[in-house]
Design a protein around this ligand. Structure first.
Ligand code: 13P
Length: 289
């Protein structure tokens, strides 16, 4: 069903929960994620990666996910993730996205804020929630191994910049860098909880977003939600589990009369199980810290 992203996030946050946002490269995965959310009776966000959006049929996928979201029995939101191209952002908003991450994290903070403010202006009247990222997460959204050599301490969000950045940019959600990385962590992840607390205090009513959730301890994810993170982005975990399930099932499905329907069933089942795990972990009112 239709809902406004910030209302949904605020609702989950109010009770110590967070909304999982899962990257869907395709309709089969999205179908599984929405099914898991309906089963759990919780809202969910379908993330579309920028390379998917800019690739073949990208805008048609966003429109299809819009239809899937509208038909769901729980609030389902569609977000264009990590987009730095204003044209792509406008196209995604027009195709049916509820929200975009206007990613100016490669820019200096002032230029980042100006970029986000430009996106907010360009979407005025479309009721699109614009997320921004202050600081820069190491790693690559589509390549799990890219973060392995990166230093998570580089580019962490500076709490002193947060209030000014939000005022200048007009962002409705703020993605933070507090030791989190996209893809596989090199060694034990260590989130900077003091920094997260200071960023939360400076952000006021603007909800925070934790990217790079794959590979964090379940206890860390629950603690992040309790510490005021309202949206948790998960991609690598979903890719890893889906690819492993499909790889294991593939020879049997080939032997069983080239059973494509069976293979897609395995794909959906695996993606739904990962989504159900994330929904349960971040469910409001279930904190046990
Ligand atoms: P992971 O791939 O590390 O889960 O990160 C996902 C993400 O932050 C998408 O924006």
């Amino acid at each position: 069903m239709r809902a406004r992203l910030n209302d949904v996030v605020a609702g989950e946050l109010a009770d110590g929960g967070a909304v999982p946002a899962l990257t869907c490269y395709d309709f089969t995965t999205a179908l599984a994620v929405v099914g898991a959310a309906e089963e759990a009776g919780q809202p969910v966000i379908l993330l579309v990666a920028p390379k998917t959006a800019a690739g073949p049929g990208g805008m048609r996928l966003i429109s299809a996910l819009r239809g899937l979201a509208d038909a769901a029995s729980v609030p389902v939101l569609v977000q264009l993730d990590h987009a730095a191209d204003p044209q792509l952002i406008l196209a995604a908003a027009t195709a049916g996205a509820d929200s975009v991450l206007a990613d100016g994290s490669s820019l200096e903070p002032a230029a980042n804020a100006a970029f986000v403010a430009g996106v907010v202006r360009s979407l005025a009247g479309l009721d699109i929630v614009v997320e921004a990222e202050l600081g820069a997460l190491p790693g690559d959204e589509d390549d799990a191994s890219a973060a392995a050599e990166a230093d998570p301490a580089a580019g962490m969000t500076d709490p002193a910049l947060v209030a000014g950045f939000l005022a200048a940019s007009g962002a409705g959600l703020l993605a933070v860098a507090v030791g989190n990385v996209h893809g596989n962590y090199k060694g034990e992840p260590h989130l900077d909880w003091n920094r997260l607390g200071a960023v939360k205090a400076a952000a006021g009513t603007v909800p925070l977003v934790l990217h790079g959730a794959s590979g964090l301890d379940e206890a860390d994810l629950a603690r992040a939600a309790a510490a005021g993170i309202g949206k948790v982005n998960i991609n690598t975990e979903l890719r890893t589990s889906t690819l492993a399930a499909v790889a294991e099932a593939l020879p049997g499905m080939q032997a069983a009369g080239q059973n494509m329907l069976g293979l897609l069933g395995v794909w959906r089942g695996s993606a739904a199980a990962t989504a159900a795990w994330a929904l349960e972990l971040l469910r409001p009112g279930t904190r046990n810290l």
